[in-house]
Design a binder for this molecule. Structure first.
Ligand code: M6R
Length: 606
């Protein structure tokens, strides 16, 4: 993954590079580094750990310069360490890289034979030596063209040169890269978010392009060195001031924001005056769509799994769901009348982007459901449906999950109404229910106190299971994923009815098990399955919705009741206590909740 930034200017750049790196930490935070050119030298500062650590080191030695590149790392080749942190430099060249060079082992052997010495275990270092080698016999531009052609895999690169002290090379294949325009200076960044404090004028490199940035000039080229023209976009500044406020962690804030983000999203899509769902700019005839394919990774994939139930329930269409990293390598029979829907908070996830690219190459209809509307996935899809939930900083996805489900539900409801598989009355009722969702989510947040105490039991367990049927099965998967990534406890999501086919053997005395059983059509069956795990010693936390009806089961350890709403919308509410459970489990262990170990917010490698 990793994040890169570069600035060429006539003013001091060090503190601004550090500032941008802090914004990019969502892409990687195991190590960080910066290189500037001053007094005719490349000066490098690197460290294991966070950008705050790097900042201290930079201040200590008073690093300065009017040109520089910086990097935050999520290790792929070589463990997180100071030596493996970027930039990687020779005497004349310094490189930051996001992506993976797949042929680095072969290139390294060739370069070693030529006498180049390697200091790190990274794939990136081959780029430094390749550039140095080609520069011996080529001018700068030809060097870049030739080096990029030698590299297999994906990359976004920033390169500076000791003997060209106002020039940065940016290059992109696969991994995204943006260029920013300022007064007598130019910027390079993994995304516009990193550059927003400096400019709102941005261009994006297309796949295969490279650029030459000087403080007073930018030129873009295709992979053969032919000049390309670039559109300059004016970005909105509304996301600039997103802070933690009174919260200890962004995740807590993002969970609490959900009633508001639901409301914002609904306001964007529902015309309350006419009781109508608006899907603006839908480029095809809705009645021509005969099937949908839903694609995503991680939490986004779980939102697709929930949506499958909605589409099956309300339309006559075939629905399939795919994990993007699998989809991209399958032998897919693409269908012209299918709608391929890509769900991604960041809009930069490499696997999802590659799956979209595959669909584009096969000329099928593509739709992106994203949070970041300036992202690569949003820019490439035929139709973009934003989830309107504002920046999500915590690595664990929370409000974006609800936003993704919401837009999928709105789309499904609109399609089923237009295709006449639901009546006008049903359509109107669904809209009425949607208008209640924000309030119900707000009230469900009040389950907080109870969950706070339960976190300890999950945090200190050997492992736990999350069970559900129907819509609640993907919610069980999501609950388990949250607990794994935040509290580092093994947790497995399972269809409640599958337990007897093997996993029941895992249940032992005192094992915490979450059963998600709202009072829907699956309720009774799930309660029977719950009884089966209780009989084998499990401590069951039951998540259901409020009712005066008694629950016919004994020995339930704890019970949390969410608000009442239509069955189809219950997944939005049952998710909330699970997010909190994972949060409090991690809090109990004292972990860094916004930046769990080994992870990154935006997964831009395969
Ligand atoms: O940005 P995306 O929605 O494409 O990200 C997909 C997954 O990497 C992401 O949902 C991940 O699973 C989260 N950390 C889960 O909380």
């Amino acid at each position: 993954m990793c994040g890169i930034v570069g600035i060429t200017s006539s003013k001091e750049v060090t503190s601004r590079i550090i500032g941008s790196l802090k914004k990019l930490e969502y892409r990687g935070y195991d190590s960080a580094g910066i290189a500037t050119i001053s007094e005719n030298n490349i000066n490098e500062v690197k460290c294991e750990g966070r950008v705050n650590e790097l900042e201290k080191n930079v201040n200590q030695i008073k690093l300065s310069g009017t040109i520089g590149i910086g990097h935050v790392r999520w290790a792929t080749h070589g463990k997180p360490s100071t030596i493996n942190a970027h930039p990687h430099s020779s005497e004349n060249v310094s490189v930051v890289h996001n992506g993976i060079i797949e042929n680095s082992t072969i290139l390294k052997k060739i370069l070693e034979k030529k006498g180049y010495k390697f200091k790190s275990q990274t794939d990136t270092e081959v780029i430094v030596h390749l550039v140095t080698d080609y520069l011996k016999k080529n001018n700068l531009k030809d060097t870049i063209i030739k080096v990029l052609k030698k590299l297999h895999g994906s990359f976004a690169l920033g390169i500076i040169f000791k003997d060209q002290p106002d020039l940065i090379i940016g290059a992109r294949r696969g991994s995204p890269l943006a260029v920013g325009y300022g007064p007598d200076e130019h910027y390079l960044g993994s995304d516009s978010y990193a550059l927003k404090s400096m400019t709102n004028k941005i261009s994006y490199l297309n796949d295969g392009e490279f650029c030459i940035l000087k403080k007073d000039q930018v030129e873009f080229f295709d992979s053969d060195g032919i000049k390309t023209n670039k559109e300059v976009l004016n970005l909105s500044k509304d996301e600039q001031n997103y802070e933690k406020d009174q919260y200890k962690y962004f995740m807590a804030k993002e969970i609490d924001e959900q009633p508001v983000t639901i409301k914002n999203c609904i306001n964007e899509y529902i015309d309350k005056h006419n009781n109508e769902i608006n899907i603006y700019n839908f480029p095809w005839k809705i009645t021509d769509i005969s099937s949908v394919v839903l694609i995503g990774c991680g939490t986004a994939y779980h939102s697709c799994l929930v949506a499958k139930y909605w589409f099956e329930q309300n339309t006559n269409m075939d629905v399939s769901v795919d994990i993007a990293s699998e989809f991209r390598y399958r032998k897919i029979k693409f269908k012209q009348n299918a709608l391929y829907i890509f769900v991604s908070q960041s809009g930069e996830t490499a696997d999802t982007f590659a799956a979209l690219d595959l669909c584009k190459k096969n000329e099928v209809k593509t739709c992106a459901i994203v949070n970041v509307v300036e992202s690569s996935i949003a820019r490439d899809a035929d139709l973009v449906l934003p989830i309107h939930c504002g920046p999500e900083i915590g690595v664990a996805s929370t409000k974006a999950f609800l936003g993704q489900m919401l837009v999928l539900y709105l789309l499904c409801t609109k399609i089923s109404y237009e295709q006449k598989t639901i009546s006008n009355k049903t359509y109107q009722n669904k809209i009425k229910d949607l208008l209640l969702l924000s309030k119900c989510a707000k009230e469900t947040l009040n389950t907080d106190n109870k969950i706070h105490n339960l976190g300890k039991d999950f945090a200190n367990s050997k492992g736990s299971m999350f069970l559900g049927r129907g819509y609640s099965y993907p919610i069980a998967l999501e609950g388990a994923l949250k607990l794994k990534e935040l509290a580092y406890v093994h947790a497995e999501g399972y269809p409640a009815g599958e337990m007897k086919h093997g996993p029941l053997a895992l249940i032992e005395e005192g094992m915490p098990v979450v059963v998600i059983a709202p009072r829907d059509e699956h309720y009774k069956k799930t309660i029977s399955n719950m009884q089966e795990v209780i009989s084998r010693g499990a401590k069951v936390l039951l998540i259901t919705n409020k009712s005066t009806d008694e629950i016919f089961s004994e020995n339930i350890w704890e019970q949390i009741e969410v608000e009442n709403i239509s069955n189809e919308l219950l997944p939005f509410l049952t998710t909330i206590p699970l997010q909190k459970l994972a949060y409090y489990s991690a809090l109990d262990k004292g972990f860094d909740i916004d930046k769990p170990r080994n992870l990154a917010k935006s997964v831009t490698v395969e």
